[in-house]
Design a protein around this ligand. Structure first.
Ligand SMILES: [Fe+2]
Ligand SMILES: [Fe+2]
Length: 174
């Protein structure tokens, strides 16, 4: 294998390496979704159904909230390795929001202005992990419902992959 460009099918971000990584460093998608650059085609950009739109809009709210929560926790006092883990989670959730916005043909929201009280860091690592667990569980349940209700092939694929990615996140707080 040679050093070359790969592109993630789920987030569209380019990756330079020798072989695809086990997870996309940007959106967390499983390595099988990372293809050689010349084989890549964007998932988004087509017409989407009303059902897809409704589920994507709900997903955007979850992803924005989770991005904000994880960013806040990454900046709260604590062990540096914990802060970095939350920073990575925040970046991944932001990437998910970016993909959703592309599916919706919308503009990127102003994340900080959408921040709520619930997105503030908790006092202890245990509380932050518990909150993370609750958020990932909520997202997984919402995406499972979306996966069962949406018929648009590409949106369905996206929700299917999100379920796996957020399940990876859930395992971090177990
Ligand atoms: Fe990705
Ligand atoms: Fe996410």
């Amino acid at each position: 294998m040679k050093y070359q460009q790969y592109i993630c099918e789920i987030c569209g971000e380019p990756y330079l390496g020798v072989g695809a990584p086990s997870r996309c460093p940007f959106c967390g998608a499983f390595g099988v979704r990372i293809v050689e650059a010349e084989k890549w085609e964007p998932l988004w950009g087509g017409e989407i159904s009303e059902a897809a739109r409704t589920h994507l809009e709900a997903a955007l709210q979850l992803e924005v909230g989770n991005t904000n929560f994880y960013r806040n926790v990454s900046k709260a006092p604590g062990v540096v390795q914990d802060q970095k883990m939350f920073k990575a989670l925040s970046k991944i959730e932001r990437e998910h929001a970016e993909v959703i916005v592309r599916f919706l043909g919308a503009a990127m929201p102003d994340f900080e202005s959408l921040e709520t009280e619930a997105d503030k860091a908790r006092e202890t690592i245990e509380e932050n992990l518990a909150e993370s667990h609750a958020r990932e569980t909520r997202a997984i349940n919402a995406y499972k419902l979306a996966f069962s209700e949406v018929e648009d092939e590409k949106v369905k694929l996206f929700f299917g992959e999100l379920i796996k990615i957020e399940s990876d996140h859930l395992s971090l707080s177990e």
